[in-house]
Structures are given as C-alpha cells and as structure tokens.
Design a protein around this ligand. Structure first.
Ligand code: FCB
Length: 459
C-alpha cells in the first residue's frame, strides 16, 4: 500500500516497554525496593502521587500482553529486567522467583514467534545500592556486572538481543543533577561521576554478556538533536555544551575511545577536578558493540543563558548555562515536545558523518508520542495524531537509511499506556489503551495502523 513507508527484507519491527512502567507487583515474589519505588512514594515528586505499585499489572497479565504482540505481528519485543527482582538487595543472594518470571516471559514470546530483546537497566536501581552511593560510586558498576552475569547465564541461550543501559543521560543528569528522576539528587560532580560509572558498568556488562555467549550486545542512548535558537555566537556555544552533555559524553567514549574534547568548556572545574576516571576505563567502555540503540522523540532548541551564581554546585555547569526554547510553528505532543520528523533523519545522518565505520548498525529502540487520547465507545481511541507521528517518523527513518545509515530495526514506544515517570499515568504513549480501573487493554487506531504497516512489508 502506497501510504506505508517500505523497509528492506529482514528489517525488524518491534514494540518496547520497561519493567517499572508496566509490571506492578512491586512487593511480590521477593522483589526488593528500587529507587523508583522510593521516589514515587515521596509526596510531591510524581504527578497525582502516582506510583508503579500496580501499573499495568503486566507481571500477572503478561500472557495477554504477549498475545497482543503476536496479533500485532511484530518480530521482536523489547522489555527490561527489574534488577531488584533478581538481586533484591543489590548485592548478595539471587532471587529465583525473579529469574523465573523473565524466563516464563521469554518462553511465552518465543512460542509466539517473537524475538525477545532485553534491557538490563531501565532505571530501577536497587535502593540498597543507592543507599551506598548509587551511580556516584564504582561499586554500583561492579554490582551491575554481577547481576548481568546472573541474568545472562539464565537467559542468553533464549534472548538474542541485549541492551545494557537505557538512556544513561536520564539516569545521570535527570537523576543526579536536575532531580526530576530517581534518586532526585541535585548535584554537579555527582552527576558527572554517575555518567562515568554508568559507562564503566556498561563495559563490565558487555564482558559479562559475551562471557555468557550473548549473541547481540548494545546500549541504548537518547541522542538529541540540539538546534541553536539563533545563529549568535553565544547560542552556538550553548549548542556545543548541550551536545557535549547530551551526546558526546556517551558517543565519544563508546565509539571513539576518548572523552569529549569540549568537556572542559562544558563542565569547567567539575570535570578537570574529577577523580573518578581510572586508567583502562576507556578501553573497557569502547569495546566493540553489535549495535547502537537510539531512542528518538524530538529536537531541542537551545539558547545561551547566564551562569546562575546562586546554583553553582547543585547542577552541572551545562544545565546552568543554557535553556530550552519552545519551537514555534510545529505541532507539539501532549509532552509539549515539538514534532519534527526531518530532525530524526538529520540526527542519524550526522551521527554517521561523525563516526563513519565506527558507528555500529543502529536499532531505533524507542520512538512514539504521548497524545491526549479521548476514549470513545468501548474505550476505542482514534489517535490520528499518533498515527501521523509514527508514519512520518518511519518515513524519516527510511530517508536516513537511503542516505547510508545502516538501521536494522524499529521499536515503537510503547506497546501499552504506562507509568510515564514523573508524569505518572497522565501521559499516554501506548498504541494499546490501558483502562487502569479495570486493566482492560484496548488497541488504538495506531495499533491497527502499525499492524497493517508491518503486514504491508510482506507484500
Ligand atoms: C524515554 C524512556 C521511556 C519512556 C519514553 C517516553 O526517555 O526511555 O521509558 O519514558 O522516554
């Protein structure tokens, strides 16, 4: 059908979710508390006081959710494993019931003909590790590697695709600098230490996965396309700082085995005075990857802002010296994110231009939109804006592939409406509506569109 973008044979279509956002069963079968339990139960931090205690109750309803995936026709499903289900105290005894849950989920997927793609860390750090310093400390990276080894030993024979970390930018900077994600810290040096230890944890986890025979290993980054608000020298310099903190802090060590050349102008003494880097770290971090996962939602428009003397230590210098500007003349989603599909193409092409053959094949591990869905009779949702978003972003992705970027697959975010972090259940990203009062799942128009688009690829 001419209305659908077309992709080469073998291109993988999938759908994605994450443990804390859908599972619920927060205190069941030996799961320990995570930093998101603590954060969401702290009054005032999450909209409407929402928590992930019940979420989509996926822990109990996973067979039904796998049936929805099968009906959708996806080739792969990206889910995350909750570390506190596997190692409830962050270190020490392994909880067999936690491993069993993921083992059952994986078997259910395989019998539905769907390839599992597992993320090892989608932000639910065991609280016990945060109590000992969290990602500010190297110890957390070491514990992450131990947990990874346990999971890989049990599942790598059946799970072909592994993602070590999801969006470490959010863990490090939203978690330890801006304080809008768990653990809600507002620090400067702590956030930079967290960024580094997340990368060290990734490197150690890659080793553990390879040792267990994992077939495809990668990491997922939320790379941002930072656009200058004006072409003034000050705004252009702000873009360099934003780019360093959002993108280069990850891609330079991972893909080029070096720290960003612009780090000193970005972070000043917070980075020059650091003591968390060790010899050998870059070699560990830059081990070859089978793929790079990229999550893409929107471009960011950046303007210079004065340094705030009253807030020098709490935030990393970059956050303190630029501000985001609202883009005019384009539609915004319910997250107030601008919809600019062309910027998706440009982000990928620029990444390829920058890294050339050092850029591994790409999977888009998340892309989608939150919309103000209105449920009609029986809960149906005619989410035309989400359909347009998905169609235009898949078309933009195809354009990047035509321009020479090797992209192997695309996962829509998300299969289900779910707990959208600090926004709670108010923001709906699902292609399937979840009626939280009854836990009924109701496929939206976007689900039917995605299903038809996947079917159309087969001719
Ligand atoms: C990404 C997260 C994912 C979801 C989407 C909307 O940053 O990885 O869990 O919240 O944004």
């Amino acid at each position: 059908m001419s209305d659908f973008p077309s992709f080469p044979p073998g291109f993988v279509f999938g759908a994605a979710t994450a443990s804390y956002q859908i599972e619920g069963a927060a205190r069941e079968d030996g799961r320990g508390p995570s930093i998101w339990d603590t954060y969401s139960h702290t009054p005032g931090l999450v909209a409407d006081g929402d928590t992930g205690d019940v979420a989509c109750d996926h822990y109990h309803r996973y067979p039904q959710d796998v049936a929805l995936l099968r009906e959708l026709g996806v080739g792969s499903y990206r889910f995350s494993i909750a570390w506190p289900r596997i190692v409830p105290d962050g270190a020490g005894p392994v909880n067999p019931k936690g491993l069993d849950f993921y083992s059952r989920l994986v078997d259910e997927l395989l019998s539905a003909g769907i390839e599992p793609a597992a993320t090892l860390y989608h932000w639910d750090l065991p609280q016990a590790l945060e109590d000992r310093g969290g990602w500010r400390t190297r110890e957390t990276a070491e514990r992450f590697a131990e947990y990874t080894a346990v999971v890989a030993e049990h599942l790598s024979d059946r799970v072909p695709r592994w993602i070590t970390l999801n969006e470490p930018w959010c863990s490090a900077f939203l978690g330890y600098s801006v304080g809008r994600h768990a653990p809600g810290a507002r620090e400067g040096r702590g956030a930079l230490a967290a960024a580094h230890h997340l990368l060290v944890g990734h490197g150690l986890a890659v080793q553990a996965l390879r040792a267990a025979g994992a077939r495809e290993v990668g990491i997922t980054l939320n790379l941002d396309r930072n656009l200058p608000a004006t072409d003034s020298a000050a705004d252009l310099a702000a873009v360099v700082r934003a780019d360093t903190q959002h993108n280069l802090v990850w891609t330079e060590p991972l893909l080029a085995g070096r720290y960003p050349a612009t780090e000193e102008e970005t972070w000043g003494e917070l980075i020059t005075g650091q003591d968390f880097r060790r010899d050998g770290d870059l070699e560990l971090i830059s081990q070859p990857l089978d793929f790079l996962g990229i999550n893409y939602y929107r471009p960011i428009v950046v303007a210079d802002a004065p340094y705030r003397e009253d807030d020098p230590a709490r935030r990393v210098a970059t956050d303190n010296r630029y501000q985001e500007v609202r883009l005019s003349g384009v539609r915004h989603t319910a997250m107030d994110w601008p919809v600019v599909p062309g910027s998706f193409t440009e982000l990928l092409v620029e990444l390829k231009d920058r890294y050339g053959d050092a850029l591994p094949p790409v999977f888009i591990t998340e892309n989608g939109s939150a919309e103000d869905d209105e449920a009609g009779p029986g809960g149906t949702v005619d989410d035309v804006d989400r359909v347009a978003y998905l169609r235009d972003h898949l078309t933009a992705l195809r354009a990047a592939m035509d321009a020479g970027v090797e992209v192997r697959g695309y996962y829509v975010w998300s299969l289900l409406d779910n707990f959208e972090w600090a926004f709670g259940y108010a923001k709906r990203f699902g292609i399937v509506r979840v009626d939280y009062a009854t836990q009924r799942r109701i496929p939206k128009a976007s689900y039917h569109w995605y299903k038809a688009m996947i079917a159309a690829q087969r001719g």
